[in-house]
Write a protein that binds this ligand. Structure first.
Ligand code: NAD
Length: 420
C-alpha cells in the first residue's frame, strides 16, 4: 500500500536521524506534533441553510519560535496532510534559519462552490475557532493553496475584534493596505528562481540554454515561471494546471499565460493558446516533458514509485510541498537526478512572511529592494549550506536540508530542556 503523506515525513526524518546520530527520545519528540486542534465551522449559506465544514490547526514544533504555516482550503484536506505540512514548516524555518516553529492549518472545502459571502463567514468562523492557539507570539498563519491576501485580511479583522486590539502580526501574506509586506506576493516564486540560479551555477549550466517544465500555474508556478524566465533567461517549454499540459518547444509566453489565467474566474489556463503551442489534455503529461529542469509547483505526491521512472528531466526543483514521495526519492537518486528539496526551494514565501511579521512588530516598513535583497541573502546562504553538507556526507540535498534544520531545532530543544 502507498505510504501516507505523514509516513513520507517519517521516512525522511529517519534518514536524517541516522546521519545526525539522534537519540531515540529526541527523535520521538520530532515524530509527533506538539499540538493539534480539530474544529468544525457552521456556516449560514446564501440559501439560508447551515453547512458544517471541518478544519484543523497543527503545531509541530515551537522550540525555535512561534508556529508558522499557511492555511489551505481544499476538498482533500485531512489531518494526515495538515500534520505533514506542519512538520515540513518546522524543517523549512530551520533550514533558512528564521526564528519560527512549524505549523499548518486547513479546511476541507471546495472553494469553487462558495459565494464570496460564504467564504468570508467560513474564514471568520475558522479564525474564531483557532483563536485560542494563534497570535503574533504563538502561531502565525499565512496563505496557502486557495487562500489569499483577502482571506488573511478577514483573519486579521476577526482576531483583532476578538482580542480588542488591531493585531496585523497575527497572520502574514496580507494586502499592503493592512500592513502586508512589499515583495510577499511573489516571494515564493522569487525564492524558487534563486534556488534554480544557484543550482545551475553549481552544475555549470548556462541558464539561457536551459529548458524548464512547470507543473501548476498558480501563485508559485505562475509567478515563479515569470521570474525564472525574466531574471535568469531560462526557456519554459511546458506549463500545466488542472485543465491540462500546455507545451511549446519555442518557449511559452508565461506572462501572457499568467494574464490569461488571472482573468479566468477560477484562475485556470483553459482556452490559452499561442503560436507553436500544443495542448495535451492529461495534466500529468507535463512531468514527462523532455527538458533540463522540472519544477513541480502544484500539490503533494505527484511523483511516485509508479511514475518516477518516466521523468526525463535531469534536475528537479520542488516548488510545491511534498511533490515527490519517499519511494520515488530512491528511484530518482538511482537514476542520478539532482533534487532541490521543497523545504529549501520554496522557503522564499515563509522568509518574506518572517520579514512581514518583523515589520509589523516594529511598525516600520521596508522598500521592495530591501525585502528582495534580504531574501536573496537568506536563500543563497541556505542553498550553499545544503549543497556543501550533501557533498561532505555524500547524501541527497533533501537529507542534507533535513539534517541542517533538525540540528537547529534539536539545539533549541536541548538548550530549553524538557518542561517539568
Ligand atoms: P495555487 O492554488 O495558487 O496554485 C495551484 C496550481 O496548481 C493551480 O494552477 C492548480 O490548477 C494547479 N494544480 C492543482 N492540482 C493539479 C494537478 N493535479 N495537476 C496540475 N496542476 C494542478 O497554490 P500555490 O500557492 O501556488 O501553491 C502551490 C504549491 O506550493 C502547494 O504545494 C503549496 O503548499 C506550495 N507553497 C506555496 C507557497 C505560497 O507562498 N503560496 C509557499 C510555499 C509552498
Amino acid at each position: 500500500m502507498a505510504q501516507s503523506t505523514y509516513e513520507q515525513v517519517l521516512a525522511r526524518l529517519k534518514l536524517a536521524k541516522e546521519v545526525l546520530n539522534l537519540d531515540e527520545g529526541t527523535f520521538a519528540i520530532l515524530c509527533e506534533p506538539e499540538r493539534a486542534l480539530e474544529v468544525n465551522m457552521p456556516v449560514r449559506m446564501d440559501d439560508g441553510s447551515i453547512k458544517v465544514f471541518k478544519g484543523f490547526r497543527v503545531q509541530h514544533n515551537t522550540s525555535r519560535g512561534p508556529g508558522k504555516g499557511g492555511v489551505r482550503y481544499h476538498v482533500d484536506v485531512n489531518y494526515d496532510e495538515v500534520k505533514s505540512l506542519a512538520a515540513w514548516m518546522s524543517f523549512k524555518c530551520g533550514v533558512v534559519d528564521i526564528p519560527y516553529g512549524g505549523a499548518k492549518g486547513g479546511v476541507c472545502v471546495d472553494v469553487t462552490k462558495l459565494s464570496e459571502g460564504e467564504l468570508e463567514r467560513l474564514t471568520r468562523c475558522y479564525t474564531a475557532r483557532i483563536a485560542p492557539i494563534i497570535g503574533p507570539m504563538k502561531d502565525v498563519p499565512a496563505p496557502d493553496v486557495n487562500t489569499s491576501g483577502k482571506i488573511m485580511a478577514w483573519m486579521v479583522d476577526t482576531y483583532s475584534a476578538l482580542t480588542g486590539q488591531y493585531q496585523p502580526g497575527v497572520v502574514t501574506g496580507k494586502p499592503l493596505s493592512v500592513n502586508g509586506s512589499l515583495g510577499r506576493n511573489e516571494a515564493t516564486g522569487r525564492g524558487i528562481t534563486i534556488a534554480v540560479r544557484e543550482l545551475l551555477k553549481r552544475l555549470n549550466l548556462d541558464p539561457k540554454k536551459v529548458t524548464v517544465a512547470v507543473q501548476g500555474f498558480g501563485n508559485v508556478g505562475g509567478l515563479g515561471s515569470i521570474l525564472m524566465s525574466s531574471l535568469l533567461g531560462v526557456k519554459i517549454v511546458a506549463i500545466s494546471d488542472i485543465t491540462g499540459t500546455y507545451y511549446n518547444p519555442n518557449g511559452v509566453n508565461v506572462k501572457a499565460a499568467f494574464e490569461h489565467s488571472g482573468k479566468s474566474p477560477k484562475k485556470l489556463l483553459e482556452g490559452y493558446t499561442e503560436p507553436g503551442m500544443v495542448k495535451i489534455d492529461d495534466p500529468k503529461a507535463v512531468l514527462y516533458t523532455e527538458c533540463d529542469l522540472l519544477v513541480p509547483a502544484a500539490l503533494e505526491n505527484q511523483i511516485t514509485a509508479e511514475n518516477a521512472g518516466k521523468i526525463k528531466a535531469k534536475n528537479i526543483v520542488e516548488a510545491a510541498n511534498g511533490p515527490i514521495t519517499a519511494e520515488a526519492d530512491e528511484i530518482l537518486k538511482k537514476a542520478g537526478k539532482v533534487v532541490v528539496p521543497d523545504i529549501l526551494a520554496n522557503a522564499g514565501g515563509v522568509t518574506v512572511s518572517y520579514f512581514e511579521w518583523v515589520q509589523n512588530l516594529y511598525g516600520y516598513y521596508w522598500t521592495v529592494d530591501e525585502v528582495n535583497d534580504r531574501l536573496d541573502v537568506k536563500m543563497s546562504s541556505a542553498f550553499d549550506s545544503c549543497w556543501e553538507f550533501a557533498k561532505e556526507k555524500n547524501i541527497t540535498m533533501r537529507i542534507a536540508a533535513y539534517c541542517l534544520a533538525i540540528k537547529r531545532i534539536v539545539d533549541a530543544m536541548q538548550a530549553r530542556g524538557i518542561f517539568l
